[in-house]
Design a protein around this ligand. Sequence first.
Ligand code: BT5
Length: 331
Amino acid sequence: MKNKILDILTQTGEYVSGEKLSQLCGVSRTAVWKQVNKLKEEGYQIESQSRIGYRLVYRPDKLIKTELLEGLQTLNWGKHSLYTFDNVDSTNNIAKDYGAQGKPEGTVIVAESQSRGKGRLGRLWASPAGQGIWASIILRPSILPTLAPQITLVMAVGMAKALNKIEGIEAKIKWPNDILVNNRKVAGILTELSAEIERINYIVIGIGVNVNQDINDFPEEFRENAISLKEAVGMRLSRVKILQWMLEEIEKTYHYYLAEGLKPILAEWRNYSLTIGREVEVIMGNERIKGSAVDVGDDGSLIVKDENNIMHKIIAGDVSLRGKWGSYAGD
Ligand code: BT5
């Protein structure tokens, strides 16, 4: 009913009397009044004038169901299984619990803030309240567990497409999981897997996007390499709209991957890549390789030619870019 009131107020854009709303929703005027108060608590600005009615003045840029579902154009993702929270430790942890409980593919978990947002290898992901998008998605692809790292590349392509819809943004991919704007990290992807030897139970894709932070909102140690979309375009952006674009694009790219395999995705990936053709340093556990990134292999691995012309196939690791645009020291 709350949504119905919101729809009516949005469509008219003018005052609607309490009586009219109660007729249209089939409830008492007191019930209408209660729902309007709930909407106000959620951040909607609704003017009320006695004997005239209610008028919607402002919709909040909050990652809540009413906002996210309005105009969401996915086939399925988020439409039937969407969970929004104010604060969680990590949306990936919630998604893993939900995955284990059997929640379906396309379940989306979003939070306004994370107290322990995580990157790869236990690293921290700064996730301040109300300024970014901290989201996780449950997937259940029928692929071998060994192919799971490919999903990160698939998601990166979808993310690059979504962010490139924003006027003034040129998003690039740094292998395997970073989305960069102006050579700085605007978004990261964390893929977690629950599997048996031959079968994936579920994959959790965690995506963090810096949207409306100012540089001082980042922890000092991340400032040099981090950026928000707002910094890049010079104005605040709608997190709701961007999350909708993200879900639409990554769902599309994922289905394309399931239907056609990795090859066509890699072709797109190369177009967005900042890594290929660059001098890089790769860190894999205790091993370091310096060389040039030659290509991605058919399986999504990074091919690096070292200083002795020996080729290395990197399945997982951290890459720093070196060379002509100065060093990007990011993980
Ligand atoms: C990542 O790890 O880039 C994966 C980030 C995934 C975050 C999402 S948010 C929703 C979901 N729930 C979670 O708990 N996580 C996922 P990695 O490649 O390991 O990069 C981590 C490094 O990025 C850190 O060591 C910092 O150097 C840097 N960093 C941390 N927070 C950042 C931020 N907000 N923006 C840019 N860089 C950041």
